[in-house]
Design a protein. Structure first.
Length: 242
């Protein structure tokens, strides 16, 4: 166990070993940290919430403790943290699958999925006794989730490229929509038909735009452009894909 950890040095050697007290400490930290991130994600109406984050983080923490115990008992080689590795891979797979669940078959939840995987890794860090490193990474993750979205939104709104989810009354209106886009001073980079809506009576697309008009770049935000397109009588629904 790495005795250079600042929190381990402050608490004493008991926190570096696997015993009842250190197990309780690591589980409690995992519960607290995962609850904070889970609450933050739930408050923004993301599907992965408290229970999911707690489960993944506790799994990582327990995996770290198992591997640490096996090493201390001489039952594993120095570089064979197999259970930790398997847990991290499993957390990554769960994160990938969580992206697939969304209201309009769009690819959503990338940030939540990445956060879920990150908390699994933080759990492993707690499990092997890297308290300081785990808390530092948690603090950076919390900062990124809480304060960077404002900057990210500002940068995206200033971008000349954006993508929308578009629902038209029928495919016959697509030429008219394309013509309107050109008149507004934009280029269509890509249009992809969503096959999930086949037979529904509406035509659904993912459309990528580039703003080519200097005036449009200067005076209009993405949302204002989308609001204008949403007012077209043949457009059922349109929103920017984040």
């Amino acid at each position: 166990m790495n005795n250079q950890d600042l929190i381990t040095a402050a608490l004493g050697s008991w926190s570096a070993n696997i015993n009842i007290a250190s197990v309780i400490l690591r589980a409690a930290l995992a519960l607290i940290l995962s609850s904070i991130i889970g609450w933050e994600r739930s408050s923004k109406r993301h599907s992965a919430g408290l229970r999911t984050f707690i489960s993944i983080t506790l799994a990582g923490t327990f995996a770290g403790m198992i591997d640490s115990y096996l090493h201390a008992a001489g039952s594993a080689t120095e570089n064979s943290y197999i259970i930790c590795a398997a847990t991290i891979v499993s957390a990554a797979l769960i994160s990938v699958y969580s992206i697939l669940y969304n209201s309009r078959t769009q690819i959503r939840g990338l940030t939540t999925a990445a956060s879920l995987w990150c908390m699994g890794v933080i759990g492993v860090g707690l499990g092997v006794g890297l308290y300081t490193a785990a808390l530092c990474i948690f603090a950076v993750l919390m900062f990124a989730l809480s304060f960077l979205p404002v900057l990210e939104k500002l940068l995206k709104d200033k971008s000349n490229h954006f993508e929308v989810h578009l629902e038209l009354k029928s495919a016959g209106y697509l030429p008219a929509f394309s013509s309107t886009i050109r008149q507004l001073g934009m280029l269509i980079d890509d249009i992809e038909l969503n096959p999930a809506y086949t037979g529904s009576g509406i035509s659904v697309y993912s459309v990528s735009f580039t703003i080519s008009s200097v005036e449009l770049k200067k005076y209009k935000s993405h949302q204002e452009i989308i609001d204008a397109l949403g007012s077209l009588e043949y457009v059922i629904f349109i929103e920017e894909m984040r």
